[in-house]
Design a protein around this ligand. Structure first.
Ligand code: ATP
Ligand code: MG
Ligand code: MG
Length: 351
């Protein structure tokens, strides 16, 4: 059978490895940190840094295809791996999603709408950006941000110096503040044969910058629902993408705006584990392994809730709840803000 190489051993890598195993495939995780969540379930784990050329080459030689659970993989490591085995999703998808400006240039180039944006590398840039975009606005580092980290809000122009200082000298982008009614995301997949399948969009609520719940179905009109799915398909096709992608959207009276894309399985797609015959993890493994895409039709209404930090203490009570599926990541220490697991609550009688 074939072996799927997975860069990153966090909870997403763990759930990908479980999905590979269910399909009779093997998984080999590459992760710099010792004993990551995925190590419990993967067939093989390499603990090595992304500058270890020998470890990267041995890893690539041991697998048939390489995928990843996070987008910030160093370019030199990708070059070394790609010389030996295919990387799916491809390098262009990674490069675009690693940089918020490249991402927005790409999306607007496709005719999609994003927040207004302006590159900021200095105080003068920020002044020009505020003149162009106005406040309220959000300044974000162009690279490496997640869970709302590397962001500063500007309520008024006077907030500029503090916001710039919060970037710590990193390249940044100013985004106009979108007064959305709610946030949704589309989890979509594209196979090696070019076929596309999208899951029903989910509605996302964040708390302290971290995803708190995803609810399906989302509050969307039939027109908005088809817009969401069609724009995701347009993104995947334009990138000649293979795998699962998460597309985060703002819902506004003027239509859907794209917030950001993630070239991987996505936290807001965890509901598919208990709402669909083929969940996002299996769908991703199918795509990167060159299998046909599976049936992602939704068979239940679901609310996914993340268990963050001390939420893990609620596990005994959650374990006794009816209609609730627990997914725990086997992480030891429950630090504040750390994703420890999630629950999917099936809403009885609803679809
Ligand atoms: P993730 O963990 O999803 O990768 P991130 O750190 O990349 O998060 P964003 O998705 O850019 O950050 O922003 C986090 C949240 O902040 C968004 O889901 C949204 O609630 C809010 N937000 C971000 N950009 C804007 C904007 N331009 N206008 C209004 N709200 C915004
Ligand atoms: Mg992000
Ligand atoms: Mg986001």
């Amino acid at each position: 059978g074939s072996t799927i190489g997975i860069l990153g051993g966090g909870q997403l890598g763990r759930m990908l490895a479980v999905a590979a195993s269910r399909l009779g495939l093997r998984s080999h995780i590459y992760e710099p940190m010792a004993s990551p969540p995925a190590a419990d379930v993967a067939h093989r784990v390499t603990t090595a840094s992304y500058d270890d050329a020998a470890a990267l080459a041995a890893f690539a030689a041991s697998v048939d295809v390489i995928t990843y659970e996070f987008e910030n993989i160093p370019t030199a490591a990708l070059d070394a791996l790609e010389a030996l085995r295919p990387i799916r999703p491809n390098r262009r998808a990674l490069a675009i999603s690693q940089d918020r400006i490249a991402e927005k240039d790409f999306l607007t180039g496709l005719g999609l709408t994003t927040a207004p944006y302006h590159a900021v590398n200095s105080a003068a840039d920020l002044e020009a950006a505020i003149a162009a975009i106005d406040t309220p606005a959000i300044l974000k580092t162009t690279r490496l941000g997640y869970d709302g980290k590397g962001q500063a809000r500007l309520r008024e122009p006077a907030d500029a110096p503090a916001a710039l200082a919060a970037m710590n000298g990193a390249a940044a982008v100013l985004e106009g503040f979108i007064s959305f009614s709610h946030e949704v995301s589309v989890i979509a997949a594209r196979g090696l044969d070019g076929s596309v399948a999208a899951y029903d969009p989910g509605e996302n609520v964040h708390r302290d910058g971290i995803l708190h719940t995803t609810t399906v179905p989302a509050r969307l009109s039939p027109g908005q629902r088809s817009d969401a799915v069609l724009l995701a398909a347009r993104i995947l096709n334009a990138l000649d993408y293979v795998g699962v992608m998460g597309v985060e959207l703002f819902v506004t009276p003027q239509g859907l705006l794209v917030n950001e894309i993630a070239p991987r399985v996505h936290n807001s797609g965890h509901w598919t584990q208990n709402g669909c015959a083929v969940d996002q993890f299996e769908q991703h493994i199918r795509a990167v392994a060159g299998w046909p895409l599976g049936d992602g039709g939704r068979h239940a209404d679901v609310v996914m809730e993340n268990l963050i930090g001390d939420d893990i203490l609620r596990v005994p009570a959650l374990a006794a709840e009816r209609g609730t599926a627990l997914h725990l990541y086997g992480k030891g220490e429950a630090r504040p803000g750390r994703k420890m697991g999630h629950v999917n609550r099936i809403r009885p009688g609803k679809i």
